[in-house]
Design a protein around this ligand. Structure first.
Ligand SMILES: [Fe+2]
Ligand SMILES: [Fe+2]
Length: 306
């Protein structure tokens, strides 16, 4: 039974309906304008110089002109695939301790820092977590890293697991949450002074490109060699949770190398006990020509090996 006390008069109901209609109309107008700006429906007609065709509603591609962010550093550390909350804190601690002794000035958190257990369609173990707790733990992990490495500039490259945040928002009709439900928003990256790189092109440091790894669709047992054959330049990446290095020389004796960096998540997760995962991290020291000397470290049972 409806409570008569709260029933709207016909005039009030009409007013409310009009108000909602106007609100929706202005929202729709906004969205349409954004789409029109993005899709540039007349672009193809312009390219083809078709004077009579004034509207071809084809979306343009993503930003194909995106380029890697160029960064400067003398000594750089890269940590990969923490997958908080299924991060291996002992391995992560060992990596950070070693990187501190190496006196790094830049740390790259190279993707899959968040597991996004509650959002992914990937394997999960039998433990369950509130999403709020996942994000709290991730923030606390960043607090600890920043406290342990004061003065070290941190860059964060998005991995496929980090991308579950924007994918979830998009798939559920919340494509534009103005920096709230985004990785930088959830992890307060701006106030932490951490730069976020999510255009799929990663970071360029001297002659080394640092990408998460899912951007180049090549894997397999010889993942470093396979990736290098597509990258055609030196790269450091994670994503495959394997520690591997491959070096090649071209006809001009120029050397390129691919460094597959080990993960810092658990090595034998419940949902994938028998695997080829390695734990590890990466360190390199560069010179003014962009050349560098690198070590792709392995971690076994909490101990660091070269
Ligand atoms: Fe990963
Ligand atoms: Fe990944």
């Amino acid at each position: 039974m409806q409570n008569k006390q709260f029933r709207l008069s016909p005039e009030e109901a009409t007013m409310l309906q009009e108000f909602r209609h106007n609100q929706n109309a202005s929202k729709l107008a906004n969205i349409s304008q954004k789409l029109a700006d993005k899709f540039q429906p007349k672009r193809l007609a312009q390219i083809l110089e078709l004077e009579d065709v004034d509207d071809i509603a084809l979306p343009t591609m993503h930003d194909e002109s995106a380029s890697p962010t160029i960064i400067e550093a003398n000594r750089i550390g890269i940590i990969n695939d923490l997958h908080v909350p299924v991060c291996d804190t002992i391995a992560t601690g060992a990596a950070l301790k070693k990187l501190k002794t190496l006196n790094i000035d830049v740390l790259v958190i190279n993707g899959d820092f968040l597991d996004n257990t509650n959002l992914t369609r990937h394997g999960k173990d039998s433990r369950t977590y509130l999403y709020r707790k996942e994000i709290e733990w991730a923030n606390e992990t960043l607090d600890a890293i920043a406290q342990y490495l004061p003065g070290v500039k941190i860059h964060y490259v998005a991995g496929n697991h980090d991308e579950w945040v924007s994918r979830f928002a998009r798939n559920n009709g919340f494509a534009n949450l103005d920096g709230v439900f985004t990785v930088p928003g959830l992890l307060n990256l701006e106030s932490r002074g951490i730069d976020y790189h999510d255009n799929g092109m990663g970071i360029e440091w001297g002659k080394l490109t640092i990408i998460h790894g899912h951007e180049i669709k090549r894997g397999g047992k010889y993942v470093a060699a396979n990736k290098l054959s597509y990258a055609k330049k030196s790269i450091a990446f994670g994503h495959h949770h394997i520690r591997q290095t491959w070096t090649e020389h071209d006809l001009q004796r120029k050397t390129n190398a691919a460094y597959a960096i080990g993960c810092l998540c658990g090595r034998t997760p419940e949902w994938n006990r028998y695997n080829t995962y390695n734990q590890g991290f990466f360190f390199a020291e560069g010179d003014s020509d962009g050349n560098f000397e690198a070590t792709n470290y392995l971690i076994e049972s909490g101990k660091v090996y070269t």
